[in-house]
Design a protein around this ligand. Structure first.
Ligand SMILES: Cc1ncc(COP(=O)(O)O)c(C=O)c1O
Length: 370
């Protein structure tokens, strides 16, 4: 047979396919369970907000039409709500697409990319796909080590990428440290701050809207999504904010109708639903504190989280085994073997009752194990 893999561009054959969390239906089918909860993909436990849902349903009527290629109304709403300049916004089918586009535009075999260890898998994947060298920087106290990142940057570093809050660890860098860091990064190196979990990053009293810093730092690129706090993961919509030249490059590269018509309508309406956003964030903050209490009470180490998930370090225990047992009792969580973190489970924060179910199920498993 013809070896088609040998025809594939760049480093495509070197990467492993993305391993997504198991869908509820598959687990129900495989294990014969009918009451399964999924705390594995950091989705919004309340579904989509009522305003977004109404807009999406109304818009389905127009699904025979192509969407507005420039996403005019969504960009206007982003400007109205956050004062972002529409000329600095690129819309994508999820922020994942935008990260892919940015790497496709700027990364090649002549450059390197710097990111912290245990980063979101898309950064190493896209570095490899585009033939670049990855410089992976160990964490310090479970957080990105900004000094070590600065030291690793050389004249060939095209991108420094990190998520803030990070995934799958959940820690965050303060606004003050980030700002000091940005001042020191050379201008030929783009700094991508992936803020997929930005809305959950409460409790940082130095918090500032980093997208505003794109006026001051021409090499800064901010990535945001509607998949998490806004509850639109299945519709696929996100945005990137960067200087107008970078934005123009991304807009040339993206497919003309990359964000579908329903996603555009839902995201625009979601920005008007402050009540739903607050409900989501408040639940997360309250429930995250319950995870902390649970872990303390059961002698488990929870890495301090600023996101809508927690990483629990079972220190020496096989977290995959615990995840399997949870799965058989209808609770899907995310083991991090793919990240070579075999002791750690990542659990998305659910509603109060979903979290109760997780606590009682894990409690029973720990009793069996200990
Ligand atoms: C850190 C981080 N960035 C980006 C994404 C991509 O999100 P989406 O493509 O749904 O916007 C995720 C999704 O889990 C994430 O964890």
């Amino acid at each position: 047979m013809t070896n088609y893999s040998s025809f594939a561009n760049g480093g495509i054959t070197l990467i492993k396919p993305y391993q997504a969390g198991k869908p509820i239906e598959e687990v129900q089918r495989q294990l014969g369970l009918n009451d399964v909860i999924k705390l594995a993909s950091n989705e919004n436990p309340f579904g989509m907000g009522p305003k977004a849902k109404a807009a999406a349903l109304a818009c389905v009527e127009n699904a025979n039409l192509y969407p507005d290629s420039n996403g005019y109304y969504l960009k206007q709403k982003l400007q109205q709500k956050f004062s972002y300049n529409p000329n600095k916004i690129t819309l994508g089918a999820g922020s994942n697409e935008l990260i892919n586009l940015l790497f496709a535009a700027f990364v090649n075999e002549k450059v390197n990319v710097v990111f912290p260890e245990y980063s979101f898998v898309v950064y190493p994947m896209e570095t490899t796909v585009n033939g670049a060298q990855a410089k992976v920087i160990p964490l310090k106290d479970y957080n990105a080590d900004l000094d070590a990142i600065l030291e690793a940057i050389d004249e060939n570093t095209r991108i420094v990428a990190f998520a803030n809050p990070s995934n799958p660890i959940g820690t965050a860098i303060s606004s003050k440290s980030m700002y000091e860091f940005l001042k020191k990064v050379p201008k030929q190196t783009l700094v991508v701050i992936d803020e997929a979990y930005n809305e959950f990053n409460s409790g940082d009293d130095t918090y500032q809207d980093s997208a505003k810093w794109t006026d001051e730092f021409e090499n800064l690129v901010i990535s945001r999504t509607f998949s998490k706090a806004y509850g639109l993961a299945g519709l696929r919509v996100g945005y990137m904010i960067a200087n107008e030249e970078i934005t123009s490059i991304l807009n040339r590269l993206r497919a003309p109708f990359n964000v579908n018509i329903v996603a555009l309508a839902a995201a625009t309406a979601a920005l008007d639903d402050e009540e739903f956003l607050q409900k989501t964030v408040n639940n997360n903050t309250k429930e995250r504190a319950r995870y902390e209490q649970f872990c303390k009470a059961h002698n488990l180490f929870m890495i301090p989280s600023k996101a809508n998930f927690v990483a629990i370090d079972f220190k020496g225990y096989d977290a995959q085994k615990i995840a399997d047992k949870l799965l058989h009792k209808g609770v899907i969580v995310r083991p991090l073997l793919g990240y070579k973190l075999k002791d750690i489970l990542r659990v998305s924060i659910g509603t109060e009752s979903e979290n109760d179910r997780f606590f009682t199920t894990l409690e029973a498993i720990l009793k069996e194990e200990r």
